[in-house]
Design a protein around this ligand. Structure first.
Ligand SMILES: NC(=O)c1ccc[n+]([C@@H]2O[C@H](COP(=O)([O-])OP(=O)(O)OC[C@H]3O[C@@H](n4cnc5c(N)ncnc54)[C@H](O)[C@@H]3O)[C@@H](O)[C@H]2O)c1
Ligand SMILES: O=C(O)C(=O)C[C@]1(C(=O)O)C=C[C@@H](O)C=C1
Length: 296
C-alpha cells in the first residue's frame, strides 16, 4: 500500500496524540505534516515524534494530504477550512476532533465543494492539560470515538478514513448530529460547567477560604479535575452547543432545587433515595461499560 499523507492542523493534545499513535503504529507508512503557529511548538511536535515535519505554511501542510485532521478549538475550525480549501487536492478527506458537531457540520456543508469529503468525528477522550506536550500515544485506546452519520459520504471514502483511525484502538460509534450534541452536553459540557461551579463556590467561601483550602481531599479533587481545562476551548464549545447546554443546565438546576428542598425540610428518605438512585445508575453504567475505575 502506498504511503498515506496526513496533515494535522492544530498539533495540541488531541492532534499530537493522534500523530504519536499513528507514527508509533505505522512508522514510515504514514507521513504526518503538522500546522503549528510558533517555532517552539514546531520544534516540540517534531522532537516528540508527533509529526514528521511541522510548518506554519498552510499550502505546504495540506498540499499533498490525503486526509486532513482538524484539531484546533471549535471556533477556529471553519476559518481554518476556508484557508486550506484552495490548496486541497480533489478527493481529500477532512475530519475533525471538535467537541460540538451541529455547528461545524452546518457551516462546513455550505463551503465545501463535492470533491472534498468531510467526515465529522469526536474522540471522547482528553485531559485537563493542553498542548502537544500533554499528548500521549495511547490517549484514544479503549475510549469512545463518535463518527457522525452522513449517507452522502461514499462507503469507500469512509473506509479510507476508518482504516487509519482504527489504529487508535478507540471504540467507534455512530450518531446523528442532534443526538451527539444533546448527549455531549449531558456527559461532557455540563460536567465541565459544573466542575467550574464547584471551584467558584469554593472561591466564594469568604472568610472560610483558607480553612477550606487546607481541608481539600479526594471529593473536591475528583469532582473538579476538569475545571483545570483550557478556557479557550471550553468557551468555543459553549458558544457552539448553546441550546443543548442550556437545556441540560436547566434540568440540573431543577435537580439541585429538589435536593435543596429535601435537605431544607430534613427529608432523610428523599435524600437517601437521591443518593441511592445515582449510585445504582453510576455503578450499572460502569459495570455495563466494563470500565475499570480508580476509586482512590
Ligand atoms: N481536550 C480534550 O479533552 C478534547 C477531547 C476531545 C476533543 N477535543 C477537541 O479537540 C480540539 C483540540 O483540543 P485540544 O485539547 O487538543 O486543544 P489544544 O489546545 O491542546 O490544541 C489545540 C492546538 O490548536 C492550535 N491552534 C489553535 N488555533 C489555531 C489556528 N488558528 N491555527 C493553527 N493552530 C491553531 C493550538 O496552538 C494548539 O496546538 C478542540 O476542538 C476540542 O474541542 C478536545
Ligand atoms: O478527561 C477529560 O479531561 C475530558 O474532559 C475529556 C472530554 C470529556 O468531557 O470527557 C472533554 C471534552 C471532549 O470533547 C471529550 C472528552
Amino acid at each position: 500500500m502506498s504511503r498515506i499523507n496526513l496533515a494535522v492542523i492544530g498539533v495540541g493534545l488531541i492532534g499530537g496524540s493522534l500523530g504519536l499513535c499513528l507514527k508509533n503504529k505505522l512508522g514510515d507508512a504514514i507521513h504526518i505534516t503538522g500546522l503549528c503557529r510558533t517555532e517552539e511548538s514546531m520544534r516540540r511536535a517534531v522532537e516528540m515524534g508527533a509529526v514528521d515535519e511541522a510548518t506554519a505554511d498552510i499550502a505546504a501542510v495540506v498540499g499533498d494530504a490525503d486526509i486532513v485532521f482538524l484539531s484546533p478549538p471549535v471556533l477556529q475550525i471553519v476559518p481554518m477550512v476556508e484557508r486550506i480549501l484552495p490548496f486541497l487536492k480533489p478527493g481529500t478527506i477532512l475530519t475533525d476532533a471538535g467537541s460540538t458537531k451541529g455547528f461545524l457540520c452546518e457551516a462546513l456543508k455550505k463551503i465545501l465543494p463535492p470533491s472534498i469529503y468531510y467526515i465529522a468525528g469526536h474522540p471522547m477522550t482528553g485531559r485537563e492539560k493542553s498542548g502537544v506536550t500533554a499528548a500521549t500515544k495511547d490517549l484514544f485506546r479503549g475510549k469512545a470515538y463518535v463518527i457522525i452519520e452522513d449517507p452522502s459520504v461514499p462507503p469507500e471514502v469512509m473506509e479510507r478514513l476508518m482504516h487509519i483511525l482504527r489504529y487508535t484502538e478507540a471504540n467507534f460509534t455512530t450518531l446523528d448530529l442532534a443526538r451527539h450534541d444533546r448527549c455531549a452536553a449531558v456527559i461532557s459540557h455540563v460536567p465541565h460547567l459544573a466542575a467550574a461551579a464547584l471551584v467558584t463556590l469554593l472561591n466564594r467561601s469568604g472568610d472560610d477560604l483558607d480553612s477550606c483550602l487546607k481541608l481539600i481531599g479526594g471529593g473536591f479533587k475528583d469532582t473538579t479535575r476538569i475545571a483545570s481545562s483550557n478556557a479557550d476551548m471550553w468557551a468555543d464549545i459553549c458558544m457552539t452547543n448553546r441550546k443543548p447546554i442550556v437545556d441540560a443546565l436547566h434540568e440540573m438546576q431543577a435537580i439541585l432545587g429538589t435536593v435543596a428542598d429535601a435537605v431544607e425540610r430534613g427529608d432523610r428518605a428523599a435524600i437517601y433515595d437521591y443518593f441511592t438512585a445515582s449510585k445504582q445508575r453510576r455503578d450499572s453504567i460502569l459495570h455495563d461499560a466494563g470500565q475499570k475505575f480508580d476509586t482512590n
